[in-house]
Design a protein around this ligand. Structure first.
Ligand code: FMN
Length: 358
């Protein structure tokens, strides 16, 4: 029976526990997608996680969908991440970089001048996205040409190679939460009639090509993947989602990922009991876990490790607090995406809270 504090082997590395830090966008980078130095402090503070997964990081300038998000496609960006990996490793941690392309969730505000967001088909997302000039409606994206689809597969592989150059232990491909990969998987954004659209097999092609290209670049033992089966975040619809993910999981079982991370925002359904039994490899379960639910899930074999988001964001020493059954800091959502160190590196550990109270 596994506990949160047991070791776990993923690929060639050993995690010291089964508490994983969730990928979370924090919008502290500069306009060039370069991380400031204090980002190393932030990740370093959380290095007692068995594994840290970084915020979603852009594979190209066209991938950028949010203000102040970092990139992994220029020398300056790679260098700025090197400080983070050095710090986490010095503190005894392990860290994977999450890489993504936002597709139609980008606004022209974030993209190179004269370009527009791209997607499998010219279907706008309903809703709005945050900019420093206020909320703005999503726009109708431009349908990608087939050569462009293949070029983006290559960008994921290049960004993954850059992550390894910057010292990351591996990469998590972001196939979840309504970004470009899930836009291809969907039935409402992908209306293509070529080899990337229509059948389940065709809609999964972009995902699987990226998985294979990244693994060819950095090795299966360093390649992780996040999916959100049935997730509707960012105005996604996946008709017959269970059939779609049956196929995807069958295909992933033929490969040897370091891990599969499943985390779906779905009020109506818990997808872990659907996907876990079908998947042969290391399974990370996320979204809505506290200590008790995490322990129960591990004990029942419902996952190999548990991914904690907001609880870990607000408690840099979450593993220690879990170990001691200590009280937890509350998170402050007003500083999730604001620039600077406030609400970022200033959540106290138990020790800091105790000495401040003296
Ligand atoms: C501030 C914030 C930023 C997030 N950014 C990302 C992201 O970049 N990539 C991603 O896969 N999920 C992202 N998520 C989702 C989290 O990884 C996680 O799934 C979510 O917080 C639910 O888990 P929790 O209930 O443990 O917080 C974000 C969540 C929050 C709160």
């Amino acid at each position: 029976m596994n506990t949160l504090f047991d070791k776990l082997q993923i690929g060639n590395i050993e995690l010291s526990n089964r508490i994983v830090y969730a990928p979370m966008t924090r919008s502290r980078a500069d306009d060039e997608g370069v991380q400031p130095e204090f980002v190393a402090e932030y990740y370093g503070q959380r290095a007692t996680a068995g594994l840290l997964i970084t915020e979603a990081t852009n594979v190209s300038a066209m991938a950028k969908g949010y203000v102040r998000t970092p990139g992994m496609y220029t020398e300056e960006q790679i260098e700025s991440w090197r400080t983070v990996t050095d710090r986490v490793h010095a503190d005894g941690g392990r860290i994977f970089m999450q890489i993504f392309h936002t597709g139609r969730i980008a606004l022209p505000d974030f993209l190179p001048a004269g370009t527009e967001p791209v997607a499998p088909s010219a279907v706008a997302a309903e809703g709005q996205n945050y900019t420093d000039a206020g909320m703005k409606e999503f726009v109708v994206p431009r349908e990608l040409e087939i050569e462009e689809v293949k070029a983006i597969v290559g960008e994921f592989a290049t960004a993954a190679g850059n992550a390894i150059k910057a010292g990351f232990d591996g990469v998590e491909i972001h196939g979840a939460n309504g970004y470009l990969i899930q836009q291809f998987l969907s039935t409402n954004v992908n209306l293509r009639t070529d080899e990337y659209g229509g059948s389940i097999e065709n809609r999964s092609r972009f995902l699987l090509e990226i998985v294979d290209a990244v693994a060819a670049e950095i090795g299966w033992e360093r390649t992780g993947l996040r999916l959100s089966p049935g997730g509707e975040f960012n105005d996604i619809k996946e008709d017959y989602a269970e059939e779609l993910y049956d196929y995807v999981i069958d295909e992933l079982n033929k490969r040897k990922l370091a891990y599969l991370h499943i985390g779906t925002f779905d009020q109506n359904r818990d997808w872990h009991p659907v996907i876990r039994p079908k998947y042969d490899g290391i399974y990370l379960a996320g979204v809505g876990f506290d200590k008790e639910r995490g322990e129960k899930t591990l004990a029942e074999g419902g996952a190999d490790a548990i991914v904690y988001g907001k609880l870990f964001l607000a408690n840099p020493d979450l593993p220690e607090r879990f170990r001691r059954n200590a009280p937890l800091n509350e998170w402050d959502d007003s500083t999730f995406y604001t620039p600077g160190e406030k609400g970022y590196t200033d959540y106290p550990t138990l020790e800091q809270a105790a000495s401040a109270g003296k």
